[in-house]
Design a protein. Sequence first.
Length: 323
Amino acid sequence: MSNIDQPTETSSSEPPSFLDRLRALLGTFRPHGSLRTDLVEVLDAAETPEEEGEFTSAERKMLRNILHLKEVGIGDIMVPRAEIVAVRRDISLGELLKQFVSIGHSRLVVYNDTLDDPVGMVHVRDLIAVLVGDVSSTPGGKLDLGSVNLDRSLDEAGLVRRLLYVPPSMPAVDLLVAMQAARTHLALVIDEYGGTDGLVSIEDVVEEIVGEIEDEHDEAADTLLVRQPDGSFLADARTPLEAAVEVLGSTFATEEALDEVDSLGGLLVSIASRVPRQGETISLPGGFAAEVLEADPRRVKKLRIIPPREAPIGADDAGEPQA
């Protein structure tokens, strides 16, 4: 009988690659643990030189964010009620056009008497289509814009579209699926009493995966906290507290404040235990002070941050001051 060489398994000292581990996870029955947990562990494992071409650091980050999306509630990413831009259903088309121009959004919530009585949303594309449909041509072939009826109401023009209504506890991944099924990019967040709690767009959900998405109408990050010649800072109250700490230094806010508050305006309200009035000055941690430049009964809008005199900004761990 002739000897036939049988294939033999060769052992390798090289560590298994990411794809090898992933294939093993997908193809092996595991009596304990879950596939989600194992995937997270694999993604968090140290990347070996052999794996550099498989996934970039950005791809790994997005994969982690996708796995984390189930744990993100809509209430964590929604625009709060105080910042919702909405219009009444009886607004004229002319005023509606001005709103779209000044706000820079492509969609606006529509309501009856108050924001707690929403009826839908309006898209700027639908408005433009109606206005263009009113344009007539003169005998010379020129467009006659005077024929456009801007006095009609939004409701009369039939521009109100349906809007999703969702609870703040709804997972962001479920909202993404619901938006895809309903073919809408906007959802109004409703509280347990049926009132309006906030607003969330498909962009807010996608940003949880890929990071911040800025378009031509978004304010540049460096304009939210602007240093003045006297050493103070003009700031938008919506400025993220973490971004302010990066500029002003670690003494500007406590770890507790960073855990509980998201914005500069929120920090002032938390410290004062109320909404500060315009012209009022609030003492902050680290010897800082904040002068309220613009506010209404519901929220702070603009403020001036005054650093402590003995600790000029830029001399410690705050890094380079912003111009």
